[in-house]
Design a protein around this ligand. Structure first.
Ligand SMILES: Cc1cc2nc3c(=O)[nH]c(=O)nc-3n(C[C@H](O)[C@H](O)[C@H](O)COP(=O)(O)OP(=O)(O)OC[C@H]3O[C@@H](n4cnc5c(N)ncnc54)[C@H](O)[C@@H]3O)c2cc1C
Length: 431
């Protein structure tokens, strides 16, 4: 009988969790390391940012997902280095973890193209913290606008700029339009919904670039009907505190949201393997490194081409299918080292994006459609892929409630930092 191998998985996102689940019954020890203790359903982050859902609806503790099993360890820690020669990964706290097989699934992060100060003024949506920061900015802006009698002075607080016309930017702009034009506005008395300005800014000539052109056009029309101004061929030239500039001018607003370029996790550079221009690691047909068949890179971190030579997109279905594939491969190989490896191939079941309340665009195996039916399909698919019955049930109820009442439940401002500053000032004033 072969010795029991140790499989180390870095990342508890869609890809890493799929590997661990496939290996559940395999005769291997598994260590999964993530810098967060939860798996995050990123496709619904924009709904936390726009106060439709709570963080707990889209995040599940990794331990709860994987349960208990002999030889399984889930560790909370940031992986900072990979030593291929000595066969270990190093955590930020200095601990080292040895491996027989290593599966890297650390995902991607936003790319601000070297502009170090932009993230502070234009947060992206990648974590629960980011989504809460955006939510807080939107809600605080409305509070500020409510206190300003002069429409000119309150204009920046009622202005939103979303940068990047991919699915995240489109969904975010649509959700803001919905808030701004309908439900939340009823709660404020100083300003009217007509004062809200929403811009979706895209450097390319069209939005939803990875989708068929007709769906990108449909999404643009729908957004414009909802009051979003879609600025095409408009690269951002600068972002500062409360303002964003393009070659044609500057827009003043504290509500700037970055949904533009992505780059693979910086951890991957420590592999010293070939990377593409966005930092994704070039992998073989079996998703392992060209010169090391015991190290795999999967999900958003990997550069794998389809049969036509195009890189697979950074999408959840790609990450999940790659995770299943590597999990299955390791299960077979650890049971029978002589087993032959197959090549990974991605099955594209379709792409979808929502464009606001009860509206979406979809391309399912070449069948393109939009509107209410596309939105129903989008909702069903997202509920199905959410992890855990409790989350599925809660999100379903929230969406039904929101659909029937137009009400967004999660409108709490909990910015402890500014609250603390105010408390300190008050105490100082009292002294
Ligand atoms: C806002 C947003 C909306 C999206 N919408 C869609 C959509 O509608 N449809 C779709 O298909 N896809 C969508 N995506 C893309 C999809 O979420 C990704 O393709 C998918 O999450 C990739 O899975 P992954 O496992 O490779 O990486 P991730 O899911 O990002 O997981 C990576 C994990 O690695 C951990 N990690 C990273 N670095 C380290 C480290 N150094 N040490 C320890 N742990 C680490 C992270 O904490 C994370 O848990 C969206 C993404 C975003 C950000």
């Amino acid at each position: 009988m072969a010795d029991r191998k140790h499989v180390v998985i870095v990342g508890g996102g869609f890809a890493g969790i799929s590997v661990a689940k496939k290996l559940k019954k395999a005769e291997v020890d598994i260590t999964l390391v993530d810098r967060n203790n939860h798996h995050l359903f990123q496709p619904l982050l924009y709904q936390v940012a726009t106060a439709a859902l709570s963080p707990g609806d889209i995040a599940t503790p990794i331990r709860a997902i994987l349960g208990q099993r002999k030889g399984l360890r889930v560790l909370l820690g940031k992986v900072t280095d990979i030593d291929r020669d000595q066969r270990f990964i190093a955590l930020k706290n200095g601990r080292k973890i040895g491996f027989d097989y290593l599966v890297l699934a650390p995902g991607a992060q936003y790319n601000y193209f070297g502009n170090e100060e932009w993230p502070e003024h234009a947060p992206g949506l990648k974590s629960i913290g980011d989504a809460l920061q955006v939510r807080e900015r939107i809600l605080l802006s409305l509070e500020e606008a409510e206190q300003l009698e002069d429409p000119k002075l309150r204009e920046p607080y009622l202005t939103y700029v979303v940068i990047g016309g991919g699915p995240t930017g489109v969904e975010m702009a649509g959700a803001i339009a919905e808030i701004a034009k309908r439900n939340m506005m009823r709660d404020y008395s100083t300003f009217s919904k007509n004062e809200t300005r929403i811009f979706l800014v895209e450097a390319a000539a069209r939005i939803l670039n990875g989708y068929p052109e007709s769906l990108g056009e449909k999404a643009r029309e729908t957004l414009e009907e909802m009051g979003v101004r879609v600025l095409l061929n408009t690269p951002v030239t600068d972002i500062g505190e409360g303002e964003v500039s393009f070659s044609e001018g500057t827009i003043q607003t504290p509500n700037i949201i970055w949904a533009a370029g992505v780059a693979a996790s910086p951890l991957l550079t420590s592999l010293k393997a070939e990377q593409d221009r966005t930092g994704r690691v070039m992998v073989e047909d079996d998703l392992s490194l060209p010169d090391d068949d015991h190290i795999f890179v999967i999900g958003d971190a990997a550069h794998k081409e389809d049969a036509e030579g195009n890189p697979l997109p950074a999408l959840a279905p790609v990450a999940m299918q790659q995770g299943d594939f590597v999990g299955e491969l390791l299960k077979r190989e650890t049971a029978d080292p002589a087993s032959e490896r197959k090549a990974f191939s991605f099955t594209d079941k379709g792409t979808m994006a929502t464009v606001g309340r009860a509206k979406a665009v979809a391309d399912i195996r070449g069948f393109k459609f939009s509107g209410f039916f596309a939105w129903i399909l989008w909702s069903v698919v997202h509920i199905f892929f959410l992890i855990g019955f409790r989350n599925r049930f809660r999100v379903f109820v929230e969406w039904m409630w929101h659909y029937l009442t137009f009400n967004r439940g999660v409108r709490l401002i909990t910015d402890r930092k500014s609250a603390k500053e105010e408390e300190t000032t008050e105490i100082k004033n009292e002294i």
